[in-house]
Design a protein around this ligand. Sequence first.
Ligand SMILES: [Zn+2]
Ligand SMILES: [Zn+2]
Length: 134
Amino acid sequence: MLRGAALRVTRPRLAVLAAVHDHPHAETESIIGVVRTELGDVSTQAVYDVLRALTDAGLVRRIEPAGSVARYESRVADNHHHVVCRSCGAVADVDCAVGHTPCLTASGDHGYSIDEAEVTYWGLCPTCSTPHSI
Ligand SMILES: [Zn+2]
Ligand SMILES: [Zn+2]
């Protein structure tokens, strides 16, 4: 994947990519934790830099639901959406409603050439919406 994106293959890049792949929608702090287990001492800045490079190269997608920290995932370029729990912040993937990215057909495009639509559904996850689950 790295070579395909013309990125040099380095151990931090491999470790960050694997961490994002194994932990979809993980936030930076948990990615740093996973990478450190793998590589030992890696600076926070290094992980931030790698995440930015991977995001710029399109290998990783960065999402940032309102009120949440940035989260990363390796499922890119399929225009999927997210459902976010208002209570605990859990995030899950939602495939595009009909599968043909109908959401890209905006009712009015104002002359823009649109190539992406980002939809966030908000609600309560099963754990948070079940009564007496404390
Ligand atoms: Zn929840
Ligand atoms: Zn996702």
